[in-house]
Ligand binder design. Structure first.
Ligand SMILES: Nc1ncnc2c1ncn2[C@@H]1O[C@H](COP(=O)(O)OP(=O)(O)OP(=O)(O)O)[C@@H](O)[C@H]1O
Ligand SMILES: [Mg+2]
Length: 323
């Protein structure tokens, strides 16, 4: 036995539905107390991965351990010990927040004598005190989300799964929600979260980028940014789509991606910027601003997806975890 068990370990985890492979040979680990973010577009296989790890769905191939328990052999042990806030979490609309919490406390078999203290603690943690007499149906999305989180951790699980926990919530409330998650991780809770929001990925110790069932990148946010080849330039251009066409033909341009009115261009060397501006001017396109920028995780993601499309015939994730 190792001294410290990883909260999650998977080895070539795979899930097939008929002929379709939703999760393909995914391997990663999450050390205890860390936050692991699974990023990827709709249908990438994030929820399917979580469902296997939570012991809800058996893998077709490969192995996984959560809190030291085999997901295929000991799913019941796992279910008892984890918190799971699913994409479609259910709260009882005609109950108040403390009533919802008390309900989940009984579902998770929180000892009866400690329940009311735990409910009070969670109302306080989630900042729900002033809403405690309202019916859940009348709470705003952000408050419902916080209540759902509180319900998911009523039994103090050492491992928490969050599947798009903040979808549709405003940026300030999302930040506050993540502050709660961060605090929990600080107390030793391990977290696996999926999200579509790249800013949320910044909260994660390690990020796994999934695309079409495969893990196409796996590293810390900083390592992912550093892994992007070349120099990134942001151009403000009057016709970004037309500009992209010109740039894609230009030697020394590694990648281009349109972000609204701007275009991000990855160049083999910063000196190539002059050549880029000249090519665009020649095509009659007006560049109002050009600057060197630090890549965002979105840039990394777009690059990795492109790369995996190009390398479609070669299998394997991009890099080792924790690089
Ligand atoms: N029970 C199922 N039977 C058949 N196909 C399924 C099943 N569950 C999921 N899939 C398919 O597997 C793929 C991955 O789905 P999954 O829900 O894991 O994606 P996701 O990354 O969570 O997407 P989203 O961001 O939309 O939540 C999708 O193409 C989906 O249609
Ligand atoms: Mg999903």
């Amino acid at each position: 036995m190792s001294e410290k068990i990883n909260a999650i370990e998977t080895n070539l985890l795979t899930k097939r539905f008929g002929n379709f492979t939703a999760v393909k040979q995914v391997s990663f680990y999450v050390p205890q107390g860390e936050i692991f973010g699974l990023l990827g577009p709709n249908g990438a296989g994030k929820t399917t991965t979580i469902r296997m790890l939570c012991g809800i769905m058996l893998p077709s191939e490969g192995q996984g351990h959560v809190l030291g328990y085999d997901i295929a052999k000991k799913p019941e042990e796992i279910k008892k010990r984890i918190g799971y806030m699913s994409q479609k979490f259910s709260l009882y609309n005609d109950l108040t927040p403390p009533e919802n919490l008390a309900f989940y406390a009984s579902v998770y078999a929180v000892p009866r004598e400690g329940r009311s203290r735990r409910v009070a603690e969670l109302l306080e943690m989630a900042g729900l005190g002033e809403h405690k007499r309202e019916l859940t149906r009348n709470l705003s999305g952000a408050w419902r989300q916080r209540l759902a989180l509180a319900c998911a951790i009523v039994h103090k699980p050492p491992m928490l799964f969050l599947d798009e926990a903040t979808a549709g919530v405003d940026p300030v409330s999302r930040r506050e929600f993540w502050d709660l998650i961060y605090r929990m991780a600080g107390e030793g809770v391990s977290v696996l979260a999926t999200t579509h929001y790249m800013d949320e990925a910044e909260y994660c110790n390690t990020i796994g980028m999934m695309y079409q069932g495969e893990m196409i990148a796996l590293a810390s946010p900083d390592s992912l940014r550093e892994s992007l080849p070349g120099t990134l330039v942001q151009l403000d251009c009057d016709r970004p789509i037309a500009a992209e066409k010109v740039l894609d033909e230009l030697e020394g341009v590694i990648d281009t991606a349109v972000h609204g009115a701007q275009i991000h261009v990855s160049l083999e060397a910063p000196e190539l910027l002059a050549k880029v501006e000249a090519a665009l001017a020649e095509a009659g396109l007006i560049v109002s601003q050009a600057e060197l920028i630090q890549p965002s995780l979105e840039d990394v993601f777009i690059h990795m997806v492109e790369k995996s499309r190009l390398e479609a015939n070669h299998a394997g994730p991009e890099s080792d975890q924790g690089a």
